[in-house]
Write a protein that binds this ligand. Structure first.
Ligand SMILES: [Fe+2]
Length: 552
């Protein structure tokens, strides 16, 4: 079966293609449209962006026409959407009817976006079932307990279940208006950041505070004995004043962030204990925007009852395109295989990359080994834009569209945050060879998708200061040489020069823009940002300060 998955609701529109149960490609629309999260601003009724370019690319890449598809899966079911007032302060219920109507018309929007598509093959998959499938079907386990937590789906904000041989049994679902994801979004907005976009800034800020408000939050936010939870209306202004965008935060803001973060972790632990008591499973798979909270994930992995926690790297709404496609493919009888890699996006051949460099008139060379050449520049304190293979599906750079630096220089944190227009209180993350990770980091291993935080071991903090957060942790990516041979070679080459098997890795993008995806984006970034070199496939373009020979 040829099944196209679509997310076109809320935010992060995306498309994915599953053929005969195998995930072929997947991409987020923002990488094509260059509008972050697929929208201009978080308005009450947002998204409304069909992943038209991403879907067209998925088909083209597989050599298919829209008429060749057997089915299209959309990750929102308008039949489950609420008819009227949801109660509480849910995202502007006045818009609910319009959202539902829009979702119902998705087949017609898709026919316009993909000429030749039969709108009759479009099916709706419940939003949280799509999130869940992106975890239990994408993960390499025959059975698992599944937990989905996000802002909202049609009328719920959570799903807890069990999946055996691809069959999902839903055990609990928390109805709106109670939502841990929306609670975190509201706090994000209260602290002067963009909601459903900047939540990880709150997580970073939490490290600077004390959970002083925990007793009061425990009265308002708590798990119930049916597998769900209560989130009462919180008047944030009572705890700390509202911040405008860019306004300096005070200790009480960090304390509020720390308190909410800690309470979130406590409630999640209660939820997974409830789930484990019912399933007895060894593995927990997770998705939904809340599953991008790597501090909470680590707490679940370390203090929770499951032996292993697997989190879908595209846990935000973009991942529901893949989950919906996998779910429907299985419903149609296919044997659905785990996702092969998160690098499911666009890739170019060496010849195409060289043509781009020539067209842009950028001086470049083809070193004997790009991994060695890049390690050399990094060891000499250069920043390198690294563009290798297919782009990542999901918000993390995992060694394909990355900005790399020497972890031993504390000033590199500031240099990288400057390029990316990020607040200086936010950490950058390290990549490390999988077999070396335990020597340096303490926490859930392996961690190939940067979805957990790890304590940096004593003796290493001062050796890799650029990647150590204020609380002594780092959000690592472990690199398996079988899966990422070029990145692994670069790490080895860097260690030979510096004694450090660790390199700083942050996503390749400039302020406020989506991650670099195509060669044009990479060349624009190289042209406009103070990076010292651009590695594109086997090619290397250097700034004059890193001219060949001068850095060796
Ligand atoms: Fe979602």
């Amino acid at each position: 079966m040829r099944v196209l998955g679509i997310n076109a609701i809320f935010h992060d529109p995306a498309a994915a293609l599953v053929v005969d149960g195998v995930t072929v490609v997947a991409a987020e629309e923002e990488r094509f449209s260059r509008r972050k999260h697929g929208r201009e601003a978080p308005v009450p009724f947002s998204a409304w962006e069909m992943p038209a370019k991403a879907a067209a690319w998925c088909l083209e890449e597989a050599g298919l026409f829209p008429a060749d598809l057997d089915a299209v899966a959309c990750s929102y079911d308008p039949d489950l959407a609420p008819l009227g007032d949801l109660g509480g302060d849910i995202t502007a219920e006045d818009w609910e009817g319009l959202r539902t109507l829009y979702a119902r018309r998705t087949p017609l929007f898709l026919r316009a976006a993909l000429p030749g598509l039969d709108p009759g093959i479009v099916r709706f998959v419940p939003h949280h079932v799509a999130h869940a499938a992106s975890a239990y079907l994408a993960a390499p386990y025959r059975s698992s307990s599944v937990l989905v937590l996000d802002g909202r789906g049609e009328s719920a904000s959570h799903l807890a279940g069990r999946a055996v041989d691809g069959e999902l049994e839903v055990l609990a679902a928390q109805a709106l208006p109670h939502s841990l994801g929306l609670m975190y979004e509201e706090l994000t907005e209260h602290l002067g950041f963009r909601r459903s976009s900047d939540e990880y800034k709150v997580m970073a800020m939490a490290s600077y505070g004390e959970p002083a408000l925990l007793p009061r939050l425990r009265e308002m936010v708590y798990a119930t004995d049916d597998g769900g939870f209560v989130v009462e209306h919180i008047e944030w202004g009572k705890f700390a004043g509202r911040l405008k965008s860019g306004e300096e935060w005070a200790p009480e803001h960090a304390d509020l962030a720390a308190s909410v973060q800690r309470r979130l972790e406590e409630v999640l632990l209660d939820l997974v204990r409830w789930l484990h008591a019912r399933t007895g499973e060894r593995v927990l798979t997770m998705a939904g925007g809340v599953a991008l909270n790597c501090v909470a994930n680590s707490r679940l992995a370390e203090k929770g009852p499951f032996d292993r926690v697997w989190v879908q790297p595209a846990s935000g709404d973009s991942g529901t395109a893949l989950g919906a496609a996998m779910y429907l493919a299985r419903e149609l009888g296919d044997d659905v295989r785990p996702m092969p890699t998160p690098a499911l996006g666009r890739a170019w051949t060496d010849r195409e990359l060289e043509a781009w460099l020539k067209k842009a008139n950028v001086a470049h060379e083809r070193p004997r080994d790009i991994a060695e050449a890049v390690a050399d520049i990094l060891a000499n304190d250069g920043l390198v834009a690294w563009f290798e293979g297919g782009s990542e599906y999901g918000p993390r750079a995992l060694g394909h569209r990355s900005l790399l630096a020497h972890p031993g220089r504390p000033e590199n944190l500031e240099r990288m945050n400057d390029i990316k227009g990020r607040e200086q209180f936010r950490p950058v993350a390290p990549m490390v060879l999988a077999e070396r990770a335990h020597e340096i980091f303490d926490g859930p291993l392996p961690s190939p998708y940067m979805l957990f935080v790890h304590r940096v071991r004593e003796g290493w903090k001062e050796r890799i200061p650029a990647v150590v957060h204020v609380d002594g942790t780092a959000r690592i990516q472990t690199v398996d040489r079988r899966e990422e041979p070029v990145v692994a070679r670069m790490l080895e080459a860097f260690e030979r020069r510096t004694g450090l098997p660790v390199v700083v890795n942050t996503s390749l993008n400039t302020a406020g823009r989506p991650m670099v995806d195509d060669p044009r984006d990479a060349l624009e970034c190289f042209g406009s940002a103070p990076v010292d070199a651009l590695a594109m496939g086997p090619y290397l373009a250097r700034r004059s300060t890193f001219a060949k020979g001068s850095s060796a």
